[in-house]
Design a protein around this ligand. Structure first.
Ligand code: FAD
Length: 633
């Protein structure tokens, strides 16, 4: 069969914030770089990000600095985070935001002209650099503009704008290619197809950066759009890399619940950061009843104190609506289950009377538009109905914090597809800054890897043939089962059995169901040929969603505690013993998901000394506390 071939130094899979930042870095370091994305260029999840990018710039509250941001991030992740990643992120996020400004981003300003920063859950100080509630759009616009600027430079230097950086949009990667089958064999390229024509394409490249985002499309109710099918997670596993923290899924507390066609679409946390309050059907501001023990001293216990905090943060504690997302999502879930929900199975979120109508439209333009257009609700006059929605996966490819390198030589990962940075729960705003910090590092990591490479790994004819056969298989099963049926069943299974509150017997049921769905997926077919055939595309995506779902369910069943984005009905408490443990997923040579326990390395002394003993004692083991005591003595 006719396969289009391209040769690059670095192939970046994904054109969201992480992919673009990685590609810019690789190109700036002189590497010939391809950006491949399955959606249109500019249409990634990053563009949907609303609230902002968290960076301790101290523009609104000068008390903020990287150490406070580091502490907040570790606290939000319930101390399971890869502390080195959290450290690099907290230290470098501000530089990455300033860099964006230098490249042309127009952030909202404070009265004295600095980049404005807003409040968000779990962040001690106003920290999110933002552009209204359309921050992701500005981030992507700026990074794309930077790509174009580099292309203009290449036009002048080499007479070819695409000599060093080229975008392959609407092109889906289905397999990573390697020099051999062993996990330690180096990457030699990536294989995929053009969505429009169905033509197959092979990229020869010794370094690949995965930046494919998350997995939300394995759930029925999700804020994620069609391209979040866990492709990068599955591609990494199939190439021999490891995934960690897969049991931790963030259910954002506020998705739309009505009408059914828009269920799951995100209602930004900025609504709560900008004075929005949550109430149940009895009109009660219920979050005061859900402040967990570990956060008791940091959150207001009365409405008066909570409301005063917006104007005087030094003298008051934060409103409990701004607890980390896992806490708020569980609280909403409990209110609905107790029969105190809104008419369509959510709770009420309102800014009415808390900001003037003009201020609501100015600060939350997208939310105003979204509710008016989709639900016929005017948020300047009425409350929104909201409930939890599958939003973000904390788990992903296990990478080296400094370089983004996975355990497979030549394979790097950054952004939502990578794991570790956010521990068991991500703070809002920490993703956009994560993309910039670790996108840049992965691009640099790939460039450094190339510099140390003696020879380019090669793609054998057999490897290419296997990838080709796998990609076209659903087309030869035109009479096979409809892939949409299998997808719906998977989404229902994950939503109902491995959702926000988990039980052992339900997860076992889910695993059994996923096993059967895998068999059915192998028989799905796609009539209609190669030209723009979404059934074919979905049949291929199913392999990825099923693999990733299995990792989520297996890891969730093994972790017998509740922490962050993993809540067990049968093990409701957080366990100090489990904090040290990472569950690492890999594939056996037979292609089965296997999970091993790994121990999280101890935090460096200067970092652990940033916490006080009373706080640490809520999370760590007695041995770790003894080490801390010895350190600070
Ligand atoms: P993405 O931006 O999703 O990009 C993934 C890219 O990979 C896409 O280009 C896609 O086409 C491509 N791709 C996927 N699979 C393949 C394949 N097989 N072959 C080729 N290409 C592929 N975070 C914050 O910090 N602040 C916020 O305010 C915020 N708001 C959010 C609002 C919404 C509605 C959502 C959904 C998320 C929000 N987040 C926010 C989270 C954040 O936006 C995402 O975590 C982040 O944008 C992920 O970026 P990424 O670069 O990793 O992936």
């Amino acid at each position: 069969m006719d396969i289009e071939r391209h040769e690059y130094d670095v192939v970046v899979i994904g054109a969201g914030g992480a992919g673009l930042r990685a590609a810019i870095e690789a190109r700036q370091q002189g590497k010939r770089t391809a950006i491949v994305c399955k959606s249109l260029f500019g249409k990634a999840h990053t563009v949907m990000a609303e609230g902002g990018a968290a960076a301790a710039m101290g523009n609104v509250n000068p008390a903020d600095n990287w150490m406070v941001h580091f502490r907040d991030t570790m606290r939000g992740g319930k101390f399971l985070n890869n502390w080195r990643m959290a450290e690099l992120h907290a230290k470098e996020a501000a530089d990455r935001v300033w860099e964006l400004e230098a490249w042309g981003a127009l952030f909202d300003r404070t009265k004295d002209g600095k980049i404005s920063q807003r409040n968000f859950g779990g962040h001690e100080y106003p920290r999110l650099a933002h552009v209204g509630d359309r921050t992701g759009l500005e981030l992507i616009r700026t990074l794309q503009q930077r790509v174009v600027a580099l292309q203009q430079e290449d036009q002048e230097l080499h007479g070819d704008a695409e000599a060093y950086i080229k975008v392959f949009a609407e092109c889906t990667i289905t397999r990573l290619l390697k020099q051999g089958p062993e996990p330690e064999a180096p990457i030699s390229g990536a294989f995929g197809y053009w969505r429009e024509t169905g033509r197959l394409v092979c990229f020869d490249a010794p370094a690949v950066v995965l930046a494919t985002g998350g997995i939300g499309k394995s759930y029925t109710v999700t804020s994620n759009s069609w391209e979040y099918t866990g492709d990068g997670h599955a591609l990494a596993l199939l190439a021999g890399a490891k995934l960690i923290n897969m049991e931790f899924i963030q259910f954002h507390p506020t998705g739309m619940v009505w009408p059914p066609s828009v269920r799951g679409i995100l209602v930004t946390e900025s609504v709560r950061g900008d004075r929005g309050v949550l109430r149940n059907s009895e009109g009660k501001r219920f979050m005061f009843d859900y402040i967990p023990e570990v956060f008791k001293d940091k959150y207001a216990t009365s409405e008066e104190e909570a409301d005063r905090w917006y104007d005087d943060q030094a003298g008051n504690r934060r409103p409990p609506e701004l607890l980390p997302r896992d806490e708020v999502a569980r609280a909403i879930n409990s209110e609905v289950k107790a029969g105190r929900g809104s008419p369509h199975g959510g709770v009420f979120l309102s800014v009415v009377g808390r900001l003037s109508p003009a201020e609501i439209v100015r600060r939350l333009p997208s939310m105003h538009h979204q509710f008016k257009e989709l639900a016929d609700v005017d948020i300047t006059k009425e409350a929104m109905e909201v409930g939890p929605t599958c939003h973000y996966i904390m788990g992903g490819v296990e990478v080296d914090a400094d370089t983004g390198a996975s355990s497979v030589p030549g394979l790097f990962a950054a952004g939502e597809v990578s794991g570790g940075m956010h521990g068991s729960n991500r703070l809002g705003g920490n993703s956009l800054s994560d993309l910039l910090v670790f996108g840049r590092r992965a691009g640099a990591g790939a460039a450094a890897y190339l510099d140390g490479l003696a020879a380019r790994p090669v793609i054998s004819a057999e490897t290419l043939q296997d990838a080709e056969q796998e990609a076209v298989a659903p087309l030869s099963r035109a009479g096979g089962e409809n892939p949409y049926e299998v997808h719906h069943e998977l989404q229902r299974t994950m939503n109902e059995l491995v959702g926000i509150i988990r039980k052992a017997e339900e997860m076992r049921e889910a695993l059994e169901a996923v096993g059967k769905l895998k068999e059915r997926a192998a028989g799905t077919g796609a009539p209609g040929g190669r030209i723009y055939n979404p059934g074919w595309h979905l049949a291929l995506d199913l392999r990825n969603m099923l693999l990733v779902s299995e990792c989520v369910a297996r890891a969730a069943l093994l972790r017998e505690e509740s922490r962050g984005g993993h809540t067990r009905d049968d093990y409701p408490a957080m366990s100090a013993e489990w904090r040290r443990k990472l569950l690492r997923c890999a594939l056996t040579p037979g292609g089965e998901v296997a999970i091993e326990e790994a121990v999280q390395p101890s935090m460096r002394d200067d970092l652990i000394a940033l916490f006080d003993r009373a706080e640490l004692s809520k999370y760590v083991t007695a041995d770790e506390l003894a080490d801390y005591d010895a350190l600070v003595k």
